[in-house]
Design a protein around this ligand. Structure first.
Ligand code: FAD
Length: 495
């Protein structure tokens, strides 16, 4: 039975490795440059617009020889600075892009949008541009021509009118009104899907930077965590990256001695980015604080933990619990955090039998941290003023979760809390993925939806098998070795 499971898992590795969007790399590389507007062309147009987390897009069609376009560029950049790049003041709302129609390779693309003059600006949901077109006399297009964007002020006014915002060209970072401070909006969690990827990548980077796999204990803890991610991470590319690390682990870390360098001739852990190379940094959206040094990674880590908890099966609940406890204890480089968290782990005396119990444990543990920080941050003034700690979820978000409450205590309806968490960190969290898949081909839509099902169903497979082997041989290396042997002739070698 475990052989079947292992083979199934090997299948998961191969399936996972079949999808690798490169467009976020483009977003990152371009946004690292001085120009904030993202330069699109025939090759990257669809993939960038399909992948962006932004709700709206502006596409400027221009020609590099056109003097009016050159004069317009500073205006366009002034607006792009607000929305694009890691330092965006209002991130995740509008993606500002441009296409140079004077490049021969872009001629067909510009023709599809009936570009009649330069610069010509369009507005619409990003997915509507994907494989899209525009014709002057077509009434019901969701793509609009921006008819009043001649200066930065006028363009921003036009955008403000479309989305009912009041952005100003002088808005400064972290003084924005749009920070997702209203956490009572049930839909905001869908933005966190990108934060979970970023937090996963950041956690992995920290492990590399600290060369934190130092003993057989930390090595086993690392492998178990990676295994949990390979089976249950909500993002396909993180599952793929995790699976690749598992398959290659005995090469990358022989006897637990890992090589961490990011470049170099040989395969090293650093050459296996957990969520692929395309995950941008500094893009936290749901987890973006209103001050420079608040929220971000630790918020993303919580969301990752909650999202894992709702995806596991009953049989894995205790494994998932010990894996997360060990991970925090070994690899979360915040002493106070891991010590407190470890205490709460140690207070669990009876192994979890139900996934529900684990989901509720992570939730109540998080609330205990909230409760403590609520007091600390109020007295020290160290919290994020826009995101004061609360006992969560607030009534506005889940009225049915409350049986009764007063100033001193809350009586929870645990069944409703569980249902709420399952949906909030399950389908709701990945709904942005699904929404975006609507405009994709049938094949892609199926695979996007599989993101959920694979992440949900595959859990039992590797963990069950891993546990069986671990118990039988006391060596996780055996599992990695088996996978590797199975994969060696099939897997594409990374060079
Ligand atoms: P976070 O607490 O990070 O929460 C992120 C999001 O999760 C919230 O915005 C909300 O939408 C949701 N959420 C909130 N509560 C719950 C809940 N109970 N269940 C489900 N979802 C919820 N900081 C310290 O100063 N001292 C510590 O000891 C400490 N321990 C930590 C232990 C761990 C394991 C982690 C991951 C972090 C710890 N932190 C600690 C950091 C701290 O918990 C916050 O992550 C940080 O202060 C940022 O807070 P935030 O406002 O982004 O919300």
């Amino acid at each position: 039975m475990s052989l079947v499971h292992l083979l199934l898992f090997a299948g998961l590795v191969i399936a996972a490795s079949s999808s690798s969007p490169g467009s976020r790399l483009i977003l990152r590389e371009i946004s690292d440059q001085k120009d904030k507007a993202v330069e699109l062309n025939t090759t990257n147009f669809d993939s960038v617009l399909k992948d962006t987390p932004a709700k709206y897009a502006v596409v400027e069609f221009f020609a590099h020889w056109c003097p009016a376009c050159r004069n317009y560029k500073p205006h366009y950049e002034k607006v792009a600075r607000l929305f694009n790049g890691p330092d965006a003041i209002h991130p995740g709302i509008v993606l500002m892009t441009r296409v140079d129609c004077a490049m021969k390779t872009n001629t067909k693309l510009c023709d599809k949008f009936s570009v009649s003059h330069y610069p010509m600006l369009f507005w619409g949901p990003p997915t509507k541009f994907v494989s899209g077109s525009w014709e002057p006399k077509k009434d019901k297009s969701e793509i609009l021509v921006i008819d009043d964007g001649r200066t930065a002020e006028r363009l921003l006014n036009w955008i403000n009118k479309q989305i009912g915002s009041s952005y100003g060209l002088d808005d400064q970072k972290f003084k924005n009104e749009h920070a997702l401070s209203n956490l009572t909006d049930y839909n905001q969690i869908s933005q966190a899907v990108y934060d979970v990827e970023e937090a996963t990548a950041e956690a992995f980077d920290i492990i590399l930077a600290h060369k934190a796999i130092k003993s057989s204990e930390t090595s086993a803890s690392f492998i178990r965590f990676i295994q949990l991610l390979a089976a249950h991470h909500l993002s396909r590319r993180c599952r793929k990256g995790a699976a690749e690390i598992l398959v290659n682990y005995d090469d990358l870390c022989p006897s637990g001695n890992c090589s961490y360098e990011k470049s170099g001739g040989n395969d090293t852990l650093g050459n296996f980015p957990i969520c692929g190379k395309d995950v941008p940094r500094g893009y936290y959206m749901f987890c973006r604080g209103s001050k420079n040094d608040t929220r971000g990674f630790s918020c993303g880590l919580w969301v990752l933990m909650h999202s894992l908890s709702v995806r596991i099966e009953d049989g894995e609940s205790h494994f998932a619990f010990t894996t997360i406890c060990d991970f925090v204890n070994n690899f979360f480089m915040c002493d106070e955090c891991r010590l407190h968290f470890n205490d709460m782990c140690l207070s669990v005396k009876t192994p979890f039998k139900k996934a529900r119990d684990f989901v509720l444990w992570v939730w109540s543990t998080h609330n205990k941290v909230n409760e403590r920080l609520l007091k600390d941050e109020a007295s020290l003034g160290t919290g994020d003023p826009k995101f004061p700690k609360i006992i969560w979820p607030p009534k506005e978000l889940c009225p049915l979760c409350y049986l009764s409450s007063n100033q001193k205590s809350i009586e929870w309806d645990h069944e409703h809390v569980y249902k709420f968490l399952k949906n909030y960190y399950g389908p709701k969290l990945v709904s942005l993925y699904k929404e975006k898949s609507v405009s994709r081909s049938k094949e892609e839509t199926v695979s996007a939806t599989e993101d959920l099902t694979v992440a949900t169903n595959a859990l039992v497979v590797p963990i069950g098998a891993a546990l069986a082997i671990a118990i039988a041989s006391c060596a996780f290396g055996a599992l990695a070795c088996y996978w590797r042997t199975q994969q060696k002739n099939r897997k594409p070698r990374r060079r």
